[in-house]
Design a protein around this ligand. Structure first.
Ligand code: ADP
Ligand code: MG
Length: 341
């Protein structure tokens, strides 16, 4: 199955206090999909903490041991894209039937459903159908169900039916175990002081931890230097510097349009359609907040408008943030995505 990555297994998933509950619930679900009270199983936690890995490990384990089960992994983005295509091509029935035929559905990153009401509706129906037929749902998200903004209440209440288990930042010991395991599976060896140094200094997520190791290997090869503590120290300096990249107006525009499901070129057009105006105003607001661009250039970028339009947009957004809780949630969500880039 091209959707499932064979490397994401339970065997490769290091256990620690940070993930014990989620891991064992996942293992239970893999042994008896649809047959435990963990339905849906909701795995949540910050970026790079292993949500996709664990969710896929469950899927891989089911495929390995219960070979007749239909297992599907899909990201929320891909699901949304397929839905939009199905709408366009008039084959919503095929789309829905395909999903409703699964025994196990893994939906990754459901926080990305925020603001996408039509996609949430269709997922709500698929969810109900599968759940009623005793099929297993596994869902991942960057927040606990109670903290997910921009999602419909009825969908959130479904997410709370089963078990929600979080993934936390691994402690030092677990971080070292993850690096050791990774080294072992890549067939390389690093001095233990290097492992310790990297694990000690990269303490926010597992993806960066792995990234640091990859970049250490690359530098050692490039500079034909042995990997020692000195190389690790100089690598880490660059690594930390490179990870804070600048935010562009193009990127803001892309994020905002994806978030509200509006065509990207529309925000630069003359249209006064409510949802487009909203996307345009939020884009301007975020450009003012997160880039060093002048009001004049922001206006010019978003469809040749003048600086007073930008000021007005920023005021409107500020007012709505104060008065409209849902709107405030949208802006907060987009801002969070921006900062993750
Ligand atoms: P998320 O989906 O939460 O953003 P991923 O599942 O993509 O995070 O994990 C990021 C990387 O970290 C992956 O390469 C994954 O294999 C690795 N990883 C995360 N948690 C663990 C763990 N407990 N043991 C081993 N590797 C892990
Ligand atoms: Mg993921």
């Amino acid at each position: 199955d091209p959707q499932l990555n064979q490397n994401y297994t339970f065997e490769n998933f290091i256990e620690g206090d940070c993930n014990r509950l989620a891991r064992s619930a996942g293992y239970a679900v893999a042994g008896k999909p649809g047959g435990t009270s963990f339905n849906p199983l909701m795995i949540y936690g910050g970026v790079g903490l292993g949500k996709t890995h664990l969710a896929q490990a469950i899927g891989n384990e089911i495929k390995r041991t219960l070979t007749d089960k239909l297992v599907l992994y899909v990201s929320c983005e891909k699901f949304t894209q397929q839905f939009v295509d199905a709408l366009k091509n008039n084959n919503i029935n095929d789309f829905v039937n395909f999903y409703q035929a699964m025994d196990v559905l893994i939906m990754d990153d459901v926080h990305n459903f925020a603001g996408k009401e039509k996609t949430q509706d269709i997922f709500f129906h698929i969810f109900n159908h599968l759940h009623q037929s005793g099929k297993q749902l596994i869902i991942t998200s960057d927040k606990a169900p109670k903290d997910l903004s921009g999602l419909e209440e009825r969908l959130l209440s479904r997410f709370k039916w089963g078990l929600s288990a979080d993934l936390q930042i691994p402690d030092l010991e677990t971080r070292m175990a993850i690096l050791n395991k990774k080294m072992y599976s890549d067939g390389i060896e690093l001095p233990s002081e290097v492992i310790e140094y990297v694990a000690h200094n990269i303490d926010n997520n597992v993806r960066e931890l792995e990234g640091a190791m990859v970049s250490l290997l690359a530098q050692s090869t490039l500079n034909k230097k042995e990997i020692d503590l000195n190389l690790a120290k100089s690598m880490l300096k660059n690594f930390i510097k490179n990870s804070s990249k600048e935010i562009s107006m193009e990127y803001i525009q892309k994020l905002v349009c994806e978030y509200f499901e509006v065509p990207i070129e529309m925000v630069k057009s003359k249209t006064r359609k409510r949802e487009i105006v909203q996307a345009r105003q939020i884009s301007m607001y975020l450009a003012k907040l997160h880039t060093k661009t002048s009001l004049k250039s922001i206006g010019a970028f978003f469809g040749g408008r003048d600086h007073s339009t930008v000021i007005y947009a920023c005021q409107t957004v500020d007012d709505l943030i104060d008065t409209d809780k849902k709107f405030k949630g949208y802006v907060a969500d987009i801002q969070k995505k921006l900062k993750m880039s």
